[in-house]
Design a protein around this ligand. Structure first.
Ligand code: DAT
Ligand code: MG
Length: 150
């Protein structure tokens, strides 16, 4: 449905490389609607909760220190199929395995510097949006644009 929402975050490497506009433009051009946006340096608690599913992985410590190392642009994007479509726009976890045309495929090299996060399921999206945003920081559901939706 057009009310689907995904949590998308530009990581500190993407911000430091001045890729915020480039990345936001790709979501805008697709037709998705930005309903939440803020720039924050995440606390270690927030980073650990966000990546809780990876807590036992060997890269967890490095991942948490990296994601807390500078400003992150946290966003909520809305639209039909946005969770899966955002993952397709983003590309594979390893940028060298991401197809050209995807954000990671075009703009990144190392898995630990892959510039962007996107929710991987409806449940993850709900959990991550609630973790990063207060309800009052999010817009109401947008009226579907008839130039985009039939
Ligand atoms: P994704 O961000 O594509 O959802 P993920 O959830 O499997 O990927 O992992 C979360 C992040 O952790 C990923 O964006 C980068 C880092 N990461 C994943 N696998 C890694 C690995 N083998 N070595 C180093 N960092 C890794
Ligand atoms: Mg993931």
């Amino acid at each position: 449905s057009v009310t689907e929402r995904s949590f998308i975050a530009i990581k500190p490497d993407g911000v430091a490389r001045n890729l915020v506009g480039e990345i936001i433009a790709r979501f805008e051009r697709k037709g998705f609607v930005l309903v939440g946006l803020k720039q924050i340096v995440p606390t270690a608690d927030l980073a650990k909760s966000h990546y809780a599913e990876h807590a036992e992985r060997p890269f967890f410590g490095g991942l948490v220190s990296f994601i807390t190392s500078g400003p992150v642009v946290a966003m909520v994007w809305e639209g039909k199929g946005v969770i899966a479509a955002a993952r397709a726009l983003i590309g594979a976890t390893n940028p060298l395995a991401s197809a050209p045309g995807t954000i990671r495929g075009d703009l990144a090299i190392d898995v630990g510097r892959n510039i962007i996060h996107g929710s991987d399921s409806v449940d993850s999206a709900k959990r991550e949006i609630a973790l990063w945003f207060a309800e009052t920081e999010l817009l109401a559901t947008a009226t579907p644009n008839p130039h985009i939706y039939e």
